[in-house]
Each structure stands twice: as C-alpha cells, then as structure tokens.
Write a protein that binds this ligand. Structure first.
Ligand SMILES: Nc1ncnc2c1ncn2[C@@H]1O[C@H](COP(=O)(O)OP(=O)(O)O)[C@@H](O)[C@H]1O
Ligand SMILES: [Mg+2]
Length: 304
C-alpha cells in the first residue's frame, strides 16, 4: 500500500463513465442486487456498485437515502433481504462484522461507538481483533489482553501519537469531546491495518478546528494506499477530498461521477430537493439496532 496505488487509482477513474453502478478499472468492492426492507419500506435497493481501490469515494444523499443501512450491510452489521458482494474478490455476504474487519474492511459509526467507560488505550487495544459489540468486548477482555498485548499496545501508541490523542491515553473515552471521539474511532479502526476504511459522517458534530485535522487524516489514509468510502453531508468536504462521488436517494444509486460533475448534475439536485428530509434515526433507534446486531454477533461467536 503506497502513494502509487492512490495515484494510479485516481488516474484510472478518468475513463469511468458517469452512470449509476459504473464498472471501475480496479474495484475493491463489487456488489449486486443488494436490498434491505424494513416492513413496507425499501431502505436499500442497489442494483450494482463498485468502489475503486486506492481512492476516496464519497457516498452522499438526503437523510433516509439508505447510506448507513448500506454501510451496515456491507460490513456485516445488518443482513440484507437479498444481494451479494465481495471485497478483494472474497464473497462477504453472511460474514459477521468482526470477520469482515479481519479481512481488511472496517467502518466507523455515525454515532461514535467508543466505549465510554474504558480508557482511550483500552479502546484502541480492543480494535485489534475486529469490530464487535460492547457486550462481546466486556466478556472477552482479560484473556484478549494477555494475548498479543505487547504488539497491539505498540501499534495503539503509534496511532494515538499520529492522531494526537497520546496525552489522553489513560482518560476515559467518555471524557473526550465529540471530535476527539471521532478521531479515536478512526484510530481504533486502523488497529487492524485495513485496506478499506468506511467513515459514516466523520465531520458530524466536530468543531471547525478539529475538522481541518480530520480532513488531513482522511487524506493521509489515501496517501498510504488505503481505500476510503465516506458518508458526508458537508459538501465542502466532499468537494475538497473526494476523487469520486456516489449519490443515493430512496435506497438507489441515482448518480456517480467526479465531484465537480456531480455537484452540477440535475439528478443530484433533484435527489436533495425532491426527497423528504425526514429526521435521522433517533439515538434510541440506533441503539436498538446495534443491540440487535450485537446479540446476533455474540450468538455467532459462540457458534464459532
Ligand atoms: N432498523 C431499522 N428499522 C426501521 N427502519 C429503518 C431501520 N434502519 C433504517 N431504517 C430506515 O431506512 C431508511 C434509510 O435509513 P439510513 O440508512 O439510516 O439512511 P441515511 O444514512 O442515508 O440517512 C430510513 O427511512 C430509515 O428510517
Ligand atoms: Mg446515516
């Protein structure tokens, strides 16, 4: 993974047509026929999606478009009604989140999931084995820490320095500001040295000073040759750092292209203006969804 990967990835995008689901020259993720319904509501209905390797792709769309649900599906935090997708050629459908993470695909959450009652360094160590629910972590803690503790701690401390969180090492994660939690979540996601990192609204609730540093961190992921897929409402950020933009509305991909083209695309304007701007999921809803996902993962872990 290096600078060359990202430069090549970006160059290759020049030949990609501006059509929803457009094939990419070197896709790291390929998905087909992915649908997820909640009762009568179709939250996700993606015919075809490809994410180019080594570049930053933004996933945009109005509230309720299905962006978070698509993240949940791709990373094993939710199960689709139908669909198939692969990461680096490995079929992922049906794999639980921690296995997806170990293969090199991790995500952060719209509402951060740092564990408030653990310290910053403890949160980092837990990132080392992939993504699990709090329940699972707490039951696993002592044996997990003894194994591999040294190597994981060194990596964790390197990342804390990089994200300027080293001074907070022994503080409870619950005492961090919203922006610092976002940084911690990103740092923790890097514990598994992922090839693809998916960020769900990394800028939401982050103060302007920290925004610049977050932007820098996202760009440096690309410089390392990692692939970044991020959901964001902040159009300045989308214009500033993304190489490619995918637009979702009502569960479907409605447009794709380079940022400057996408911002001028009538289909995109329609998607934003025409959609019902229903509220984001309440914290309660999201907590319930995560609790359900965690329970399922715990069950699968027991069956491992
Ligand atoms: N667990 C759930 N139960 C019921 N409806 C859900 C659930 N998760 C998401 N939804 C609905 O699916 C749609 C897409 O939501 P979401 O993926 O969060 O959109 P976005 O992230 O683009 O704002 C919304 O209408 C939302 O209310
Ligand atoms: Mg969302």
């Amino acid at each position: 993974m290096d600078v060359e990967t990202s430069a090549k990835g970006r160059e290759a995008l020049a030949s990609v047509p501006n059509t929803p689901g457009a094939p990419k020259p070197d896709p790291i993720v390929v998905g087909d026929g992915i649908t997820r319904t909640f009762g009568g509501l179709t939250a996700v209905d993606v015919e075809h999606i490809e994410i180019q390797r080594g570049v930053i792709t933004a996933l945009i769309g109005p509230n309720g478009a299905g962006k978070t649900t698509l993240f949940n599906l791709l990373t094993g935090f939710d199960k689709p009604d139908a669909g198939d997708w692969s990461f680096n050629g490995n079929r992922l459908a049906g794999l639980p989140a921690f296995k997806v993470a170990r293969l090199g695909m991790v995500r952060t959450f719209q509402l951060t999931k740092v564990l408030s009652k653990l310290t910053v360094i403890e949160n980092m160590r837990l990132g080392a084995t992939g993504q699990r629910g709090e329940h699972f972590w707490l039951s696993m803690l002592p044996p997990l820490w003894r194994a591999q503790e040294q190597a994981n701690t060194e990596r964790a401390d390197d990342l804390l320095r990089r994200f300027k969180l080293d001074a907070k090492r022994e503080d409870f994660a619950g005492s961090l500001s919203g922006g610092q939690r976002k940084l911690l979540e990103m740092a923790r996601a890097l514990m598994v040295d992922p090839e693809l990192i998916m960020l769900d609204e990394p800028m939401a609730g982050v103060n302007p000073a920290l925004k610049q540093s977050l932007l820098g961190h996202v760009k440096s992921l690309r410089e390392e040759g990692r692939t970044v897929l991020f959901v964001e409402h902040d159009m300045d950020m989308v214009r500033d750092i993304s190489d490619w933009v995918i637009v979702m509305a009502q569960g479907k991909i409605v447009a794709e292209g380079r940022p400057e083209q996408i911002m001028a695309d009538p289909a995109v304007i329609d998607a934003y203006l025409g959609a019902h701007h229903d509220a984001d999921l309440s914290e309660l809803d999201e907590a319930r969804i995560e609790a359900e996902a965690t329970a399922e993962l715990d069950q699968e872990a027991k069956n491992d």
